[in-house]
Design a protein around this ligand. Structure first.
Ligand SMILES: [Zn+2]
Length: 340
């Protein structure tokens, strides 16, 4: 079957999406108030005209907050914005999404029960959608006491169903000091949390250090590994899965200008790859569009299904959920091949 034709019936998975709190809140308020939401297409156009592609443009990712979050901080809005993100994914054919949240969100009273309430709302309409939550740890070396308190909060939340941890740090384009991150990762892994880290988005720096992190099984982006056979080998040997975000890489211009996205090279090298939206509201993408982008880069229908399979295998969720999703994926794939 043609890769693009297979898309509608193929269950998709997104292991790397940020909660986009203020952006989803803006969409919800705009609908209630009968106004237009913030114009992200205009923002992207202005930014692309003003800021050169690469690290500098990427740093502007959080520069606009269309709505002040703290003015709408009640449980109802909290549930509504997570439900909106999950619903967008379900409507785009996702069977699974992992949502990354900042510290103030994850350590909120009853966070996981609110998250599950959002998931239940969406599953009433889309029973095949499952969602899990990740916490983002940022620069834990800067203030070890704060980082420890946050880690305590994450480990508590793990008991309530928090699925994993994502690490973000500076410098991002040159080698960072991973010592404080390794120390926390050991605690997280012991608590049963899955571990991923942003690395290899703007350069090859930090990929090898991330692979050595205790408990790490995935890397957010990692696409620059395609330029280095030793890094490809390291990823393969350690069974690390990459969360590739095509639209995000293209818009921020983090790859050499003349180069096609190296997705196919990563796949050919035998690295486990998945597809991701990263910041779907800001970048006007969906998980279906990411799969369509991969098809446009030459990926076959089987390879697209392979991205979902890799995502389910690498998901930070229960074995029960994984085996249910794998058998649903198998049924969807065999239904597609039976069609004329
Ligand atoms: Zn990201």
């Amino acid at each position: 079957m043609d890769a693009l034709e297979s898309l509608a019936g193929l269950p998709k998975a997104d292991l790397h999406v940020h909660q986009e709190a203020t952006r989803y809140l803006d969409l919800i308020l705009a609908e209630r108030e009968g106004r237009e939401p913030y114009d992200w297409a205009g923002w992207r156009e202005r930014l692309a005209a003003e800021i050169p592609p690469g690290k500098e443009r990427l740093q502007r990712i959080g520069s606009v907050q269309p709505v002040p979050l703290d003015e709408y901080d009640d449980d109802e809005f909290f549930v509504a914005r997570f439900a909106a993100l999950m619903r967008d994914h379900a409507a785009a054919g996702a069977c699974y999404v992992e949502i990354r949240c900042g510290g103030e969100v994850v350590t909120r009273e009853a966070f996981m029960s609110l998250f599950r309430r959002a998931e239940a709302q969406v599953r009433a309409e889309y029973p095949l959608l499952r969602a899990e939550a990740l916490a983002i740890v940022i620069n834990p070396g800067q203030n070890p006491a704060t980082a420890d308190a946050f880690a305590d909060g994450c480990i508590r939340a793990a008991g309530e169903g928090l699925a994993g941890i994502d690490f973000l740090y500076a410098p991002y384009d040159a080698e960072a000091d991973w010592t404080p991150m390794y120390r926390l990762a050991g605690r997280f892994a012991e608590a049963g949390l899955g571990i991923t880290a942003h690395a290899g988005e703007v350069s090859t720096a930090n990929i090898a250090a991330a692979v050595r992190m205790p408990g790490l099984t995935r890397i957010g982006h990692g696409v620059h590994a395609a330029a280095d056979p030793a890094l490809l080998e390291l990823l393969r040997e350690n069974g690390v899965t990459l969360e590739c975000a095509l639209t995000c890489n293209e818009y921020f211009g983090v790859l050499p200008e003349t180069e096609r996205h190296p997705l196919a090279r990563l796949v050919e090298a035998g690295v486990a790859v998945t597809l991701a939206t990263d910041n779907p509201v800001q970048l006007s993408t969906t998980i279906e569009q990411e799969y369509a982008g991969a098809a446009a880069l030459g990926m076959s229908a089987e390879q697209l299904a392979g991205f979902t399979r890799n995502a389910i295998r690498a998901a930070f969720t229960s074995e029960e959920r994984k085996s249910a999703m794998l058998s649903e994926l198998d049924s969807a794939c065999s239904a597609m091949t039976r069609e004329p």
